[in-house]
Design a protein around this ligand. Structure first.
Ligand code: HEC
Ligand code: HEC
Ligand code: HEC
Length: 408
């Protein structure tokens, strides 16, 4: 047993570099104001990946960017700015204030009060005591209305797409928006270039239906209120062009021999039974929630019939590690006491990591107790379904997943 662990450790350290657990000390100044402390939570969620947890400009996503994220902890840099300048770049994004498009726009996602709390937190990060930030009177507390920009309903979009989905000039236009105008490329990779915050979109046309890309990018918060992808305020035409571009990236598709699984349709009722049967061989519901029922180890699948293509769903079942759903990567932790822990990383902040293990237990681990930790390229989802499920079982499951749709 010990030898196995030792070998595992050797393999791991050869294949991957470990991240050391660093506990970030807060600046040595006095108490943080309530406004800035509201901003701190938002900053960790939306900004730290680029600007770094302490605002030093060294977030894990920073080196992917052609333009360095500003060093917000730099007192000289921040003290020269007016509150309104800091406010405007957060609200309107880099492009809105003639800076890099790689700084995203947050004014379609956060409330005015939240944006001001971020201004206060940026001052705090720089230890800028000469410019105390107070909330202007009557600042709205509510987030922007969910569907602030009108977009075509799905059926209208589908008709439009069937006529224009392969238009070469639209593909070009969408690519330009993606790479040069909107912040997409700051967070998403295409062919090994671009940011790491969201999923790699090199095979977007294989993974997502056009309907889903269109719906999601028009307003991510409508589908997932806590998403780290901000609403970028795209209008209908921009959403159409970007969708056409992304849908054109189809990759290689699935293995030829898997084609047989997709030929004849399965039975959704049998599929549902397999999915939720806790004594059965599939037992997908142990880890996945559909419409409120099921476990939380894996992503909820309530809309996968709208969002994912049948080929992608098949691949997810037969070879889960091919694509790890964003936010569900598994991590391996080595504690200072020499214990190994693995699970899905749910959250990470300055001082701790939250994990969920295979059985669905939540573990809160203080970085003080961690020696090293590492994101792994494996899935917590079992990799042996292609051996234990028959082709018919898989067809039934696919038929059931296909029924899980979002309404307009
Ligand atoms: C995807 C990466 C990314 C994310 C996420 C991000 N930023 Fe930025 N930010 C940048 C880049 C790149 C710049 C540099 C822009 C330039 O100088 O042209 C920048 C610049 C800034 C600046 C300085 C602007 C100036 O006047 O020079 C501030 C302030 C800022 N960001 C705040 C934030 C806040 C607050 C958040 C979270 C709500 C955030 N950023 C999220 C990439 C990012
Ligand atoms: C600040 C980072 C950020 C920016 C900017 C950003 N995204 Fe995302 N995106 C994400 C994250 C994070 C996810 C994962 C979604 C989640 O689970 O919350 C995501 C998910 C997606 C998905 C997949 C949705 C799904 O169902 O999993 C698509 C498609 C997408 N983004 C397209 C875009 C496009 C197009 C743009 C530019 C218009 C863009 N993104 C800008 C961070 C970003
Ligand atoms: C032990 C827990 C576990 C079980 C059991 C399990 N899954 Fe998963 N599943 C996960 C995790 C974790 C992920 C996210 C990581 C990944 O992409 O591999 C995932 C991802 C997926 C995805 C991709 C979702 C997306 O939007 O990207 C699909 C589809 C899926 N599972 C279907 C199934 C089906 C069908 C079954 C039953 C045959 C099943 N899962 C059984 C844990 C599980």
């Amino acid at each position: 047993m010990l030898r196995v662990l030792a070998n595992l450790l050797i393999i791991l350290s050869l294949t991957w570099t470990w991240a050391a657990a660093t506990v970030v000390a807060s600046p040595e100044n006095e108490k943080i104001s309530p406004l800035a402390s509201q901003g701190r939570v938002l900053f960790q969620h939306y900004c730290a990946a680029c600007h770094g947890v302490s605002g030093d400009g060294d977030g894990y996503n920073a080196e992917q960017l052609d333009k360095e994220p500003a060093e917000l902890s730099d007192l000289k840099f921040i003290s020269k700015k007016k509150d309104s300048q800091i406010y405007r770049v957060i609200k309107f994004g880099g492009q809105g204030v003639k800076k890099s498009h790689l700084m995203p726009v947050f004014g379609h996602t956060l409330s005015e009060e939240e944006i001001w709390s971020l201004v206060a937190y940026v001052r705090y990060l720089a230890d800028d005591k000469d410019h105390p930030v107070t909330l202007p009177d009557n600042t709205p507390k509510t987030r922007p209305a969910r569907a602030s920009i009108p977009h075509d309903p799905l059926n209208v979009f589908s008709d439009w797409y069937s006529k224009n989905g392969r238009d070469a000039s639209l593909i070009d236009q969408g690519e330009k928006l993606f790479r040069k105008k909107k912040s997409c490329f700051a967070c998403h990779q295409l062919e090994d270039e671009g940011g790491l915050l969201g999923p790699d979109l090199s095979r977007a046309g294989f993974s997502y239906t056009p309907e889903w890309i269109f719906t999601w990018i028009g307003n991510p918060q409508r589908i997932k209120p806590q998403s780290k992808m901000p609403n970028l305020g795209l209008d209908n035409e921009e959403c159409q062009a970007i969708t056409v571009f992304l849908a054109s990236l189809s990759g290689e598709g699935i293995k030829k021999k898997w084609g047989a699984y997709l030929i004849s349709p399965g039975n959704p009722v049998k599929g549902k039974k397999l999915f939720f049967d806790s004594e059965g061989k599939a037992n997908c519901g142990k880890c996945h929630t559909v419409s409120g029922q099921g476990g939380k180890v894996g992503p909820q699948l309530s809309f996968v019939g709208t969002s994912r293509t049948p080929a992608f769903l098949l691949e997810s079942i037969l070879n889960p590690k091919a694509v790890i759903t964003s936010g569900y990567s598994s991590v391996l932790i080595l504690t200072k006491k020499g214990k190994f822990i693995t699970g899905v990383k749910r959250n990470e902040d300055d001082s701790s990591i939250d994990l969920m293990d295979k059985e669905g237990n939540t573990l809160h681990i203080s970085k003080d107790d961690i020696k090293k930790y590492k994101t792994q390229k494996i899935s917590i989802m079992p990799g042996n379904f292609k051996d234990i499920l028959t082709q018919d079982d898989v067809r039934h499951l696919l038929a059931y997943l296909a029924t899980l749709k979002i309404s307009n």
